[in-house]
Design a protein around this ligand. Structure first.
Ligand code: NOJ
Length: 761
């Protein structure tokens, strides 16, 4: 159970909107009335118009010739438009849809609003590091408010793909490696985007993506095939999607890659059997961009007709920008390949979302609203709070941190120290211009009287330029020459030499993580490692602040740099939040949502693997690598604080519990240090034997608590059938075994405070 603490302005806003909701509830159409309205619409729509509703048209064509978007909308040829971010244009297109298209059905405007619209929040991987669902919930509330004020109705988020391979660039968009944490973050984001009332005026329709398995691409290479057993799929990949459905998510998006040799966009098992069948999902599913057309390229569909009919029949309701549905579906219905009922089911889903969200009543957006909404200082405060809660203190030897505000001379070194791009991070909203506060700016604002010298060192850049930069025409800068890079290196070392303390800000630029941004190496890019070693070699106190979108291999730093703060890509207020932590105004309390390897070659690396015949710590342990250790550098759940905590007095309510029943696990957590701080108390279980072998540990509960020095609290977790069941390969079903379990409670996934219980029939 997570208790959300809302600041006053949010409570006020919530109360107002709930007041509105209560009023609206009386007039809210019932399911029967929605259905009647959708039926009436369907009855008067031509086949071409129905197909139009299943077409999401791209407002930019990426250089391809096609009909003008206005003309497509005018003839009822589009149900939705994406890649447009302009309120005036939204209204113009909407006017055409509402006044000129045959059935006057309003358009749904969709866009990727992933971690903020104008006020940028930490990237989702960072927000997951808060281990506090209130963080993404509040962040997405603000993101929804701003984006909706711009005229956007529908966001392509949350991205809930579990990722266990840090080479995969899109790990930055999700909640990391764990299905339990991932489910909590998925549900929180849906609540944040959609609010309590579907279609509220200041919320968005959410979209859980990418269904499913995308995070398990071979070798971490984006888009590459995925091979997953049904057990992995159901126990690891699908839970966050199911959590999104339970939280009421309005839409789903498919995924690009092959899943067990069937592309996800044409995968009837995923879409028909699991999502719409077993889970009873009543919203609609949109493909990923161009994905239905890609079924041909992927060697699955013969041609456009084949792609359209197989995708639709598999349960893919809307075609994102590939044009395959509008080009083929009507003919396929006319020749009997696709049934009208199949088209109607998909159209009904799209129209139901539009009716439910009140789009017919409120198709337009007030063009003066956005400026008022985004100027709210509370949004900035929310972003700063979210960033503070998302950062993870990886190391702090000899209490290097926090730094004293009386510091005289500080050097700030590194290529991302003053980079707005790296601070805002991956997945920027279409057309967004960053105004992020950089780490350098945050530090200057925090200690205005200190002498602060800055040197970026050699630039960092992708070895292969971003596909998206090329596609959208982002100008490429000329790379530094080796001579310029060397001069920048020497200047950075000289700058550090003169200072009392050095803050190194290293990591990745925004385009180094995200879509089509996988890496073959998890080392610090460019010459950053050499620069770090040279600066540490000066013998000064060094603090390393990391801005990056994935776990990195930091073995050298973990041994030689006394303090390391993982700040991720912290968003608009990121620089202030880093300074708040560096100078002790905020005590860090985030924890890693993904394992940090020692070396790239260990990936994929995650804590919840199954046991082997030669487990770590056993007499017969047989080391896996001869050129490195097996264990992670920083385990899942790791994160330090400026205070210390004890966790003890673990109690299980009963030694035995019947299948289907619940028991309670409690433990005491106390702040044993001298400053207030947060601990995330984590509960892990292990089923010792069973129909299948089960992971060595699985997270099944967590709570982030704030404690004053000397304060103690008892935290309590429930373990019942939801936590103890699993999808069994042997039984080919969800089962709960009557078996013995270990349970641990502690501060990370290596917790040693343990007990046991047995499930009996
Ligand atoms: C492709 C990405 O995979 C997806 O996440 C995104 O929502 C769409 N493009 C739309 O921009």
């Amino acid at each position: 159970m997570h208790v959300t603490r809302w600041p006053a302005f949010v409570v006020l806003g919530l109360a107002l909107s709930m007041g509105a909701t209560a009023g609206a509830a009386q007039t809210m159409p019932s399911d029967a009335r929605i259905k009647a309205r959708v039926d009436a619409l369907l009855a008067r729509m031509s086949l071409e118009e129905k197909v139009g509703q299943l077409n999401q048209a791209g407002a930019i064509s990426f250089g391809q010739d096609g009909p003008k978007i206005e003309d497509v909308v005018r003839r009822g040829g589009a149900g939705s438009v994406l890649w447009l971010n302009d309120t005036k244009r939204f209204n113009e297109l909407q006017k055409i849809a509402v006044e000129e298209s045959p059935s006057r059905i309003p358009l749904l405007f969709g866009l990727d609003v992933i971690h903020g619209y104008r006020t940028i929040f930490p990237v989702p991987l960072a927000m997951a590091s808060s281990w506090d669902p209130a963080v993404p919930e509040r962040a997405q509330t603000v993101a929804a408010r701003e984006a909706r004020a711009a005229g956007i109705h529908w966001t392509f988020g949350p991205m809930v793909d579990i990722a266990r391979d840090a080479r995969w660039g899109r790990i930055v968009e999700g909640a990391g490696e764990d299905p339990y944490l991932g489910s909590a973050m998925a549900a929180a984001q849906v609540r944040g985007f959609q609010g309590q009332t579907f279609g509220a005026a200041d919320r968005l329709v959410a979209c859980a993506k990418h269904f499913a398995g995308y995070g398990f691409a071979d070798g971490g290479r984006d888009y590459d095939p995925v091979d997953l057993s049904e057990a992995q799929l159901r126990n690891v990949v699908l839970p966050p999607f199911h959590a999104a459905v339970k939280a009421g998510v309005g839409t789903f998006m498919g995924a690009y890659m092959d899943l067990n040799n069937v592309p996800a966009s044409g995968n009837a098992f995923l879409l028909r059997q699991v999502l719409k069948g077993e889970w009873g999902f009543r919203g609609f599913v949109v493909s990923d961009a161009m994905a239905i057309g890609n079924l041909i390229i992927q060697g699955f569909a013969r041609d456009g007709r084949d792609a359209a009919s197989r995708a639709l029949r598999a349960g893919m309701d809307m075609d994102m920008a590939s044009g395959t549905y509008p080009r083929n579906l009507a003919a396929l219905v006319k020749d009997g390949t696709v049934k009208t009922a199949e088209i109607d089911d998909a159209v009904r889903r799209v129209l139901t979302v539009k009716v439910r969200m009140g789009l017919f009543e409120h198709p337009y957006t007030d063009e003066s609203l956005l400026t008022k909404v985004v100027s709210s200082p509370e949004h900035q405060q929310e972003a700063r709070w979210a960033a503070q809660r998302s950062m993870v203190l990886l190391r702090n030897e000899g209490k290097t941190l926090p730094l004293s505000k009386n510091i005289k001379h500080l050097a700030v070194i590194g290529p991302v120290a003053d980079s707005r791009d790296a601070t805002d991070g991956s997945w920027m909203v279409f057309g967004h211009t960053s105004n992020a506060v950089t780490v350098l700016e945050g530090i200057k604002a925090k200690v205005p009287d200190a002498k602060i010298e800055y040197a970026p060192g050699p630039e960092i850049r992708r070895e292969i330029p971003s596909f998206f930069d090329a596609l959208t025409g982002v100008p490429q800068t000329t790379p530094q020459t080796p001579g310029e890079a060397e001069a920048a290196f020497q200047l950075a070392v000289a700058t550090a030499r003169g200072a009392d303390v050095v803050v190194m800000v290293l990591g990745e630029t925004a385009s180094m993580a995200g879509e089509a941004a996988s890496r073959a190496s998890l080392d610090l890019p460019g010459r950053q490692q050499a620069l770090l070693e040279a600066v540490v070699g000066l013998g000064k106190p060094v603090v390393l602040v990391l801005l990056n979108g994935r776990p990195l291999a930091l073995s050298w730093a973990a041994e030689h740099v006394p303090a390391i703060l993982e700040a991720w890509e912290p968003g608009s207020e990121g620089g202030h939040a880093v300074a708040d932590i560096l100078f002790g105004d905020v005590n860090p309390g985030g924890k890693l949502p993904a394992t940090f390897p020692r070396k790239t070659g260990q990936t994929p690396l995650y804590y919840a693997r199954t046991l082997t015949h030669s487990p770590e710590g056993s007499r017969m342990y047989n080391p896996r690598y001869w050129d490195g250790q097996n264990s992670p550098l920083y385990p899942f759940g790791h994160g330090l604080s400026y205070t210390t905590f004890s966790i003890d007095n673990l109690k299980v309510s009963a030694p035995k519990v019947k299948v289907g029943e619940q028991l309670t696990v409690t433990a005491d957590v106390a702040n044993t240090g001298t400053v207030a701080g947060d601990e995330v108390v984590q509960l892990y279980i292990h089923q010792k034997a069973g129909s299948d072998s089960r992971p060595i540990r699985e997270l099944k509960g967590f709570e982030r608590v704030t404690l004053e020095p000397g304060e103690k609290r008892t935290v309590s977790f429930k373990l019942g059938p939801d936590e103890l069941r699993y999808w069994s390969t042997s039984a080919k079903a969800w089962i709960q075994d009557a078996e013995a379990f270990d349970v641990w409670v502690g501060a990370d996934s290596t917790a040693t405070l343990g007990a046991g219980f047995t499930v009996v029939r």
